[in-house]
Design a protein around this ligand. Structure first.
Ligand code: BDR
Ligand code: CA
Length: 312
């Protein structure tokens, strides 16, 4: 049976590869893609999501434009990581498919409310603004969700945007707080995990050698994406964050973690956006998150290569 998902995203090279992975996977029924401002402004994230759909040969996917900025704060973007367009690194054609009509948040709410209870999964790859807005508009969606799987936060690795905060949570901590406490099962994929899924020259060359259009495009995007992180961390490659969300749905046996309490710091100017994760269970605060920390790195890359090789 296929699993129904909505992808909420701010592409971003790694978001785009997550979209490709989902669209290449027959186990997943991508009901729609909702875009949010994050890595780059909304006009670009909603363009880039459509570029990814067209690269996958799926111009039929409904792509919605969502929030232009966080719930209560000015937008912070990350062109310094992803380039001016968010998809720097490989020349892909401007999309010809139009944006879907209607509001992203209405689409999320209506799709969840109309679906079989417990059947819809929300995959969140960017700041959680659209999900926060949907939860504010219709708190009843939480009880009907199968789960929310999100890339964000970190504990052992610290932050990548401030010493304490990871980008997606830093940009919209108020939305993250709503999501963490919405009552739906939440699976969190933090930097502690994604910093293990590093690119390498060999991996990138495997993509470049694929006899389809997607492989070389992936290699180009990864070439660009990893430059910044390799310099920053002194690592062999860049951490490919967002496809982990999709890979977890496809092959949960590649991942391990613990059910713990996670709170979001929204007040402090020093640690705003920090995910205060009680990994050692030193408080009696109730568990609200499945916090993934382990990943079979080779299995992840094998899955990604296998699936992306099936695309046009
Ligand atoms: C997250 O922030 C963005 O730069 C990436 O797309 C990923 O979702 C990593 O901190
Ligand atoms: Ca992202």
């Amino acid at each position: 049976m296929t699993r129904s998902i909505i992808i909420d995203t701010d592409p971003g090279q790694d978001d785009a590869l997550a979209i490709l992975l989902a669209l290449a996977s027959p186990e997943l029924d991508v009901r729609g893609i909702t875009c949010v401002a994050g890595n780059v402004p909304l006009a670009l994230t909603s363009r880039n999501a459509r570029i990814a759909c067209e690269l996958a040969g799926r111009p039929d996917i409904a792509v919605y434009a969502g929030a232009t900025g966080p719930l209560e704060r000015p937008l912070v973007t990350a062109e310094y990581v992803h380039g001016k367009t968010g998809l720097d690194g490989y020349d892909l054609p401007e999309p010809t498919m139009p944006l879907a009509e209607g509001k992203a948040v209405d689409f999320i709410v209506d799709t969840v409310m109309e679906a079989e209870p417990g059947s819809m999964t929300l995959c969140a790859l960017g700041p959680l603004t659209n999900l926060g807005l949907a939860l504010r508009q219709a708190p009843g969606i939480s009880a009907r969700l199968r789960e929310i799987v999100l890339m964000g936060g970190g504990l052992f690795e610290g932050g990548n945007t401030t010493p304490a905060a990871e980008f997606n949570i830093f940009v919209d901590p108020e939305a993250a707080e709503l999501v963490m406490h919405c009552g739906a099962p939440v699976v969190m994929i933090p930097l502690d995990l994604t910093h293990q899924t590093l690119t390498s020259d060999a991996i990138i060359e495997d993509f470049r050698a694929m006899p389809n259009a997607t492989g070389p495009a992936t290699a180009g995007l990864l070439d660009f994406f990893e430059r910044f992180d390799v310099e920053k961390y002194g690592s062999q490659g860049g951490p490919l964050h967002d496809p982990n969300v999709i890979a977890y749905l496809l092959q949960p046996d590649l991942y391990g973690g613990r059910l713990i309490n996670v709170e979001i710091e929204t007040d402090s100017s020093l640690t705003r956006g920090m995910t205060v994760a009680d990994w050692w269970r030193v408080t009696d605060r109730p568990a609200n998150v499945l916090y993934l920390r382990e990943v079979d790195v080779n299995g992840y890359w094998a899955l990604l290569k296998d699936r992306l090789s099936r695309l046009p």
